[in-house]
Design a protein around this ligand. Structure first.
Ligand code: NAD
Length: 214
């Protein structure tokens, strides 16, 4: 992830924390609170905010309402976040039924599959044939897609999406697909994440054991 993406990810996390604080009745927040909540230093919070002219001060803190509104604009949260899902198998269906999306303003507007058996154009989230995907994307100005097709179909689908107005894909197939300047791919490789977790645990345990030996 490049440094811009890291800042954007932090802004989104600040926003989510502040929405929870607001729901608890809090009016102001300090950089230390946000830093604690997302595990960074207070000075990094202030640096992130000053980069986007988000005002407040060390003593008086930031007004949560104002900051959330400004972050919404910065992150494009004031616009509808429509996504489509490509591949309506086990994972695609799980994402379609995920009730966390509406809470954060994300709307799954349609899903696509190549298997005629799973199509359901009349469903609340219509499942349409993938051959109609380009027209649907252009008509509905879709900018983000979730890719839940089998690995062999993933690159071909990226090539198709690149010819549309889609600008970003979250890819769940276990293949690392490349981003370009105007087309972002976030690869979510669950196997790799679990493997890394095991490696990290193993590394921590063996380092601890070595330290104990000294
Ligand atoms: N199921 C999981 O828990 C899980 C977890 C992490 C990652 N993944 C990955 O996500 C992807 C989907 O997994 P799944 O378990 O849902 O598989 P699945 O076989 O249940 O579903 C895949 C769906 O994609 C459709 N499809 C195939 N080619 C297509 C194409 N060219 N265009 C449109 N649709 C197409 C199939 O008809 C099917 O409905 C895989 O790459 C898998 O490795 C799955």
């Amino acid at each position: 992830m490049n440094s811009n993406q890291e800042v954007i990810r932090r802004l989104s996390r600040y926003r989510n924390v502040m929405r929870k604080m607001k729901a608890l009745g809090l009016v102001k927040v300090f950089s230390d609170n946000l830093a604690d909540a997302i595990g960074v230093s207070p000075s990094l919070v202030r640096k992130d905010f000053s980069m986007f002219n988000l005002t407040g001060n060390k003593r008086g803190g930031y007004r949560i309402d104002e900051l959330v509104t400004k972050l919404n604009v910065l992150l494009g949260k004031d616009r509808k976040q429509k996504i489509i899902i490509v591949g309506c198998g086990k994972l695609g269906q799980a994402l379609m039924n995920h009730n966390g999306f509406p809470r954060v303003g994300i709307r799954v507007v349609a899903a696509f599959d190549s298997d005629p058996e799973v199509l359901d154009p009349e469903a609340p989230i219509p499942i349409l044939h993938v051959k109609t995907i380009r027209d649907f994307i252009e008509e509905n100005q879709i900018r983000v897609a979730a890719l839940t097709v089998p690995e062999p179909a993933a690159q071909g689908m990226i090539d198709t999406l690149k010819k549309t107005c889609v600008k970003g894909v979250i890819n769940f197939a276990p293949v690392s697909l490349k981003s370009s300047d105007d087309f972002l791919v976030h690869n979510m490789n669950i196997e790799q994440e679990i493997e890394n977790l095991f490696y990290n645990i193993h590394f921590a345990e063996t380092s601890l054991a070595k330290t104990g030996e000294k």
